[in-house]
Design a binder for this molecule. Structure first.
Ligand code: 6PG
Length: 244
């Protein structure tokens, strides 16, 4: 099918992570000045872990003005913030605790409360931050993709996928151990920049399917992410790209 222009293939997962960290630092750098804030929504799961670790290394951490960065989460598992499955715990361990970001700039999703209530609380936080806007506009959103084509906690066949008013919803993915809280499709689609990170041979088939729109076929969640006035890029390793 050929490789679309917005898909960047790197030999190894480590190279994907380095490229993602480089881009992130460059975007953040480009935003200095006006407006004086950089809103970043992070992905959970395993793939971005190395990106967060890299951002906390000497090579990268001095290239970011952390005081200007506001960290948000694209989704969260409904577990306490110190639970091994918590996206916040992973980002705290790898990044937040390692860089001089002010605590007030870290906007976690409450995983330990009642899911619907926590979703409402997070939506209110976002509405306060993006005051007066009908949809939030993140400067950058990082996303991963599951082997089933899910992204954030938007799973195939889920009602959350068609949400077009709320910014944040609670969802119960079939077969998943924990409920989830996720930003909705229109939120991601109002971002200025979306960056998917996908690695591993296990995702090759799904990646090929996602990047090829098939008329008449119900889009997979990852296919629904198409910024209206922004761009999306895919940083993938050669194993994941092997069927493109
Ligand atoms: C999460 C995510 C989720 C993730 C994919 C890929 O909280 O799990 O945000 O959408 O990005 O499941 O996960 P891996 O990177 O672990 O394969």
């Amino acid at each position: 099918m050929g490789i679309p222009a917005n898909v960047f293939v790197f030999e190894t997962p480590e190279q994907v992570s380095i490229a993602a960290a480089e881009r992130l630092v460059n975007y953040e750098y480009a935003f200095h000045g006006e407006p004086d804030r950089f809103s970043l929504a992070l992905a959970g799961g395993n793939t971005p872990r190395r990106v967060y670790e890299l951002l906390a290394t000497e090579r990268f951490k001095h290239r970011v003005e952390w005081v200007k960065v506001d960290l948000f989460f694209g989704d969260e598992r409904c577990v306490p913030p110190d639970h091994p499955e918590s996206n916040y715990a992973m980002v705290y361990e790898t990044l937040i605790s390692q860089v001089p970001i002010p605590a007030k700039n870290v906007h976690r999703i409450i995983g330990e409360g009642r899911p619907e209530e926590s979703a409402r609380v997070y939506e209110n936080q976002l509405r306060t931050f993006f005051a007066g806007m009908s949809w939030p506009r993140f400067d950058l959103v990082l996303l991963g993709m599951g082997v089933d084509g899910h992204t954030a906690s938007l799973f195939p066949g889920s009602e959350a996928l068609s949400e077009n008013a709320k910014w944040v919803v609670a969802t119960q993915p079939q077969g998943a151990e924990h409920d989830r809280i996720t930003l909705t499709v229109p939120v991601f689609n109002h971002a200025a920049q979306v960056m998917f990170l996908v690695t591993g041979a296990g995702k090759a088939e799904r990646l090929a399917q996602v990047l090829k729109a098939e008329p008449g076929r119900q889009p997979l969640p990852a296919q629904a992410i198409q910024p209206l006035d922004g761009s999306v890029e895919w940083l993938v390793d050669s194993a994941a790209a092997s069927l493109l």
